[in-house]
Ligand binder design. Structure first.
Ligand code: PGA
Length: 269
């Protein structure tokens, strides 16, 4: 992995403090009864964690439940997808305005499952990022290489291309009200995780690419790691200087695991 050095490391004087974010991605899991138990446990367990931010991204039908149970807690909530269109004849779609109605703070955009299973390309991702921001919410923009790309040594080219597509489409300012999640596709739901050093190198590279558009924006940008994050590996990932939290799938469905990851973020650096 090439290590660029056009911007100084963020560990000296004038360090930009980026509050860590742990966001749960429930995917298509849950029901009213299970969610209620999980949300109440997460709310209770995070009450004293003021050095990190925690959020859950739930399926659309449960946004009202999340809003209802989390509104007086420190836990934020959000959605896993959004339409790129504001309204109209788009059967089955959900607009940013609708998500904002339910108090969403975050919207996951361009998750690899959406890119792969629903053919969402970089142009669609950029449009959804714009729609999310226009609705006053923060997109969690997912990038990452597939197993074949990783094995072919194409990680840097693929991830740079995904980051650059948004820079080209929306400008560096798009990253000022966004969070990026680096998720190697081969690590999602597989139990395999990139090593902290591997992940750090890619996170650093992402920050360098954004810095070429706007250095201040790059310094402020939170870059989450995703892919089989769990209580057992969270602390070592969060110890890396450019890893600013995690996007958590499977482990976010288990209150104990998720809370341990949130606590690791709270205690890190
Ligand atoms: P995982 O999923 O934690 O189950 O690997 C992460 C994600 O898909 O966001």
């Amino acid at each position: 992995m090439r290590f660029l050095s056009t911007i100084p490391p963020f560990n000296g004087i004038g360090e930009t403090v980026r509050k860590k974010l742990v966001a749960g991605n429930w995917k298509m899991h849950g029901n009213l009864a299970q969610n209620s138990a999980l949300l109440l446990k997460v709310a209770e367990g995070t009450a004293s964690l003021d050095k990190a931010e925690c959020a859950v991204c739930v399926p659309f039908p449960y946004l009202f439940q999340a809003q209802d149970l989390l509104r007086r807690t420190v836990v934020q909530w959000g959605a896993q997808n959004v339409s790129q269109y504001p309204s109209g004849a788009y059967t089955g779609e959900v607009s940013a305005g609708m998500l904002a109605d339910f108090g969403c703070r975050y919207v996951i955009v361009g998750h690899s499952e959406r890119r792969r299973l629903y053919a969402e390309g970089d142009a669609t991702v950029a449009a959804k990022v714009g729609a999310t921001q226009a609705g006053g919410m923060i997109p969690v923009v997912c990038v990452g290489e597939t197993l074949e790309e990783w094995e072919a040594g194409r990680t840097e080219a693929v991830v740079t291309g995904q980051i650059q597509a948004l820079l080209d489409g929306l400008g560096a300012q798009a990253y000022d009200r966004a969070v990026v999640a680096y998720e190697p596709v081969w690590a999602i739901g597989t139990g395999k995780t990139a090593s902290p050093a591997q992940a750090q190198a890619v996170h650093r590279m992402i920050r360098e690419v954004v810095a070429q558009g706007d250095q201040r924006v790059a310094e402020r940008l939170r870059i989450l790691y995703g892919g089989s994050v769990k209580a057992a590996n969270a602390a070592e990932l969060f110890a890396m200087p450019d890893i600013d939290g995690a996007l958590v799938g499977g482990a976010s469905l288990d209150a104990g695991e998720f809370l341990a990851i949130c606590a690791a973020a709270h205690e890190s650096r």
